[in-house]
Design a protein around this ligand. Structure first.
Ligand SMILES: Nc1ncnc2c1ncn2[C@@H]1O[C@H](COP(=O)(O)OP(=O)(O)OP(=O)(O)O)[C@@H](O)[C@H]1O
Length: 252
């Protein structure tokens, strides 16, 4: 079997008596969109924070592009090609959408943030920043101050900022949270447009979105994988229906 881009083996994390991640293993190929679902408290956030490097596992290992990154902190993983879509707090509210992405482009290029004033007039920064905004459907909102963007636009901006770091793997923690149907549909379309270009690990409660987007769905219950497979396989899995979707319910 070809070496996956992301290989997770035997990850474990306990909080006192609570086993939040229980012998979790995962393989994600280049360009694959892998969704992780599970009921509240299943351990999804604990898992994604271990993948991003914000939380150290008790045991197990994480290998990215052939390199063991288990003990690398988040910023070092980011340099190696990990990007996490952080909560909206990572956006500079008083800056325009364009300026936020330009900062991410600048950070990726390794320039000091103190050069910002000059850099803001630099076409080498301006063009790619606009390009990333275009990719997420925000080109028409480039000059809008971030605080004035809608919730869905802010989430899209975060993704543009993550893309500006030119990641090979994007970790997304509930990108549809707090969205209405129209904003969710726009986010699904955006993620569909990214599919195949980079690997994505998506934690999401919106089942319609997950089943529409994922190449593979992994179901967590009490920190353990109870099923993994295509959307159709997971929807049809009796154990998933019983433990997660609700016994007797129609599949989503
Ligand atoms: N800092 C912590 N200290 C103690 N227990 C924690 C901590 N963080 C999470 N837990 C526990 O670990 C388990 C997994 O929590 P986690 O937040 O990862 O689940 P989740 O699947 O992301 O839940 P949700 O869908 O509600 O966000 C839960 O039982 C939770 O109460």
């Amino acid at each position: 079997m070809a070496e996956p881009l992301l290989l997770v083996e035997g990850l474990c994390k306990r909080y006192g008596g609570v086993v939040a991640t229980d012998d979790f293993s995962l393989r994600v190929a280049d360009g694959e969109l892998c969704a992780i679902i599970g009921p509240n408290g299943a351990g999804k956030t604990t898992l994604i924070t271990q993948l991003s490097g914000e939380l150290a596992p008790d045991s197990g290992r994480i290998v990215f592009a052939g390199r063991d990154v288990t003990r690398l902190p988040a910023h070092a993983r980011a340099l190696g090609g990990f990007a996490r879509s952080f909560q909206i707090t990572s956006i500079f509210g008083e800056f325009t959408a364009w300026q936020n992405v330009a900062l991410a482009v600048q950070a990726q290029a390794g320039h000091s943030f103190r050069l910002w004033r000059n850099a803001s007039r630099d076409p080498a920064l301006a063009r790619p920043a606009l390009g990333f905004l275009e990719q997420v459907g925000l080109a028409g909102r480039a000059g809008v101050v971030a605080t004035e963007l809608s919730h869905g636009e802010k989430r899209a901006l975060e993704i543009a900022m993550a893309l500006a770091t030119r990641p090979r793997l994007l970790l997304l923690d509930e990108p549809m949270a707090g969205m209405g149907p129209e904003e969710s549909a726009r986010m699904v379309a955006l993620l569909a447009s990214l599919k195949g270009r980079l690997a994505i690990v998506l934690v999401e409660h919106d089942m319609d979105a997950v089943f529409a987007l994922a190449d593979r769905v992994v179901v967590l219950v009490s920190g353990r994988v109870i099923a993994a497979g295509s959307s159709d396989e997971v929807r049809a899995d009796a154990g998933v229906r019983k433990a997660y979707l609700g016994e007797g319910d129609q599949p989503c």
